[in-house]
Design a protein around this ligand. Sequence first.
Ligand code: FES
Length: 109
Amino acid sequence: MEEVDAPVVGHLEDIPVGEGRAFAVAGDQVAVFRLRDGSLRALDAVCPHRGGPLADGLTDERVVVCPLHGYTYDLATGQEMSSGATGVCAYQVSADEGGAIRIGPRIAR
Ligand code: FES
């Protein structure tokens, strides 16, 4: 995983494996997901449909499902997969050897 050069927003121990947590980043909320293979993904934390908390959604290695109405977002790109609705932004994210999580710039879709 390529290291992101940005302020630390949290630690790996804050995120159980297979779950997500929201962190404040420059006034925005970004959801960081810790996948079962150990990798991280980061998306806008607020579902654009009706504000659902994406960090609380169910994930697999590829997508997160919004807990409110089931819109499904690609964890790598933020694209909405279930209905073609508006997607969310995806961000670069990394953790260093000590588990410090950094969130970088948006990933262009
Ligand atoms: S608020 Fe996320 S699908 Fe409706």
